[in-house]
Write a protein that binds this ligand. Structure first.
Ligand code: AMP
Ligand code: ZN
Length: 477
């Protein structure tokens, strides 16, 4: 008896562009269009990166919870992201290929696969469209041409640059005032550039460069920023709802994406720009270049499931920094187990008819509060507070279990399979292990009487045994 799921409730999102929380209404009535900057696949993604993708997942799931369909695009950057986010340094893909003695396409394929496996382990829903930069070169060249034709681009010996002085305002996302900057201190000043903050949209390839394409400007390759502008436009059009990324994207990558769209088709492409704050280690950013990164695998080696890391991320709002320690995340493994136990207690209870009215009322109240929290700029800490109240509620009821399953469409913690996860938690005593082996042998020999006898013996010792397609499952009574 759950009444209020499809009820309309206002969504508010913080927009980096306007620096405030605003009511969100999609351009199309029923569908939300989102573009998310995806990974640069030159090495394994780390748990800091995954904080951003967990945020992306919450956004998707919140939109769906509110009844919207989704058209969500995420790119895979497999060329053009230089070692500095601006236009200096080597292409990260080329550098990795040379270091590993492999082809850059092989590198991209390997790390893309690893990334997808991690998304799966984190139960992150995949965007409807996942597209590689190298599959969209034609659209990028077209956009560069338009930028030049419209008077925003110019050629130097290194590539095509965007002339930021032609814009009405630059930057517009960050509050940086560039006029008084000591440009030499922040960026390398290239004498061929018209303005210090002009940036490369297309890069001429040196002789030994591996990833390059024919273009009106010779053998060359795209700049990182033009990739996202062109892919967003190709798949979502020139005006879509939401663009996401990490806070590090604000001052350069996203600023430049907006500039390019203005130079090409005249306006900023996304109504709302959303950014996830950093995961920190010892107060500093977790980042590959600082060498302080951990992967999901490192957590798993310490008995921490990817889903426990996901739950840990919910302890902080996506716009706040979050400090990582192994101890901190371990406590969320304990919390995840409690969450599963709590869900199962509701699921497995024998209903008491006297409580039906109270339960129904509570279900509505809890659902409303959860819904309000997620619609309030994805306030996961508050939403989790409601979840814990449901778990700890004195009255146990299947209706609460159903509500938790519904809520889990946003949390993505795979609560429905709690029993399976808890099973893995059981430390099977040696004596029971031996009885199971004996029973398996009896089963193979089709000695059913003995097999049943052993099953009873195991039950007397406090375990229920279940035969499934995957093998024998054990449950503590
Ligand atoms: P990259 O593969 O380096 O392009 O980064 C992929 C995504 O991870 C981007 O959205 C970054 O903003 C984000 N990111 C990188 N480091 C962190 C961090 N320490 N915490 C949160 N997000 C991060
Ligand atoms: Zn991007």
């Amino acid at each position: 008896m759950i009444l209020s799921y499809k009820k309309y409730m206002q969504i508010k999102l913080y927009n980096t562009l306007t620096h405030k929380k605003e009511e969100f209404l999609p351009i199309k009535e029923n569908c939300v269009n989102i573009y998310s900057c995806g990974p640069t696949v030159y090495s394994y993604a780390h748990i800091g990166n995954y904080r951003s993708y967990i945020f992306m997942d919450n956004l998707r799931r919140m939109c769906k919870y509110n009844g919207y369909e989704l058209k969500h695009v995420m790119n895979i950057t497999d060329v053009g992201h230089l070692t500095s986010d601006a236009d200096t340094g080597e292409d990260k893909m080329e550098k990795a290929a040379k270091k590993e003695g492999k082809d850059p396409y092989e590198i991209a394929e390997f790390y893309t696969k690893a990334f997808m496996e991690d998304l799966e382990a984190l139960n992150i829903d995949k965007p409807e469209i996942i597209t590689k930069a190298t599959d969209n070169i034609k659209e990028m060249i077209q956009m560069v041409k338009e930028i030049i034709d419209n008077g925003y681009g110019y050629e130097t010996s290194k590539g095509i640059y965007f002339d930021v002085s032609k814009l009405d305002k630059y930057p517009i996302l960050s509050n940086n005032d560039l006029s008084g900057e000591d440009h030499g201190a922040r960026i390398e000043v290239d004498p061929e550039k018209r303005n210090p903050y002009d940036f490369a949209i297309w890069i001429k390839a040196p002789e030994n460069h591996l990833m390059k394409w024919d273009s009106p400007w010779g053998k060359s390759y795209p700049g990182w920023h033009i990739e996202c502008s062109a892919m967003g436009r190709k798949y979502l059009g020139e005006n879509f709802d939401i663009h996401t990324g990490g806070v590090d994207h604000i001052p350069i990558h996203h600023e430049n994406e907006i500039a390019q769209c203005k130079g090409s088709f005249g306006h900023n492409p996304a109504n709302v720009w959303m950014h996830c704050e950093f995961l920190l280690v010892n107060g500093g950013k977790m980042s590959k270049s600082l060498g302080n990164v951990y992967r999901l695998k490192d957590l798993q080696e310490q008995g921490i499931e990817p889903l426990a890391y996901k739950l840990f991320c919910y302890s902080s709002h996506y716009r706040n920094k979050l400090n990582f320690t192994f101890e901190g995340v371990k406590s969320f493994q304990v919390a995840l187990n409690r969450l599963r136990e709590g869900y199962l207690k509701h699921l497995e209870v024998k209903e008491n008819v006297e409580n039906v009215e109270i339960v129904n009322q509570k279900v509505i109240e809890f659902e409303n509060r959860f819904h309000e929290a997620i619609n309030d700029d994805l306030n996961m800490p508050v939403a989790m507070g409601v979840v814990w109240e449901i778990i700890r509620n004195d009255i146990k009821s299947k209706e609460f279990a159903k509500l938790l399953e519904k809520i889990d469409e946003v949390l993505g913690l795979d609560l429905k399979n709690s029993q399976k996860y808890m099973q893995k938690e059981i430390q099977i005593p040696q004596e029971i292990q031996e009885l199971i082996e004996k029973r398996n042998k009896a089963k193979t020999e089709k000695n059913w009487k003995i097999a049943d006898k052993i099953r009873d013996e195991i039950k007397e010792k406090g375990y229920n045994i279940k035969d499934t397609k995957e093998g024998t499952e054990l449950e503590k009574i």
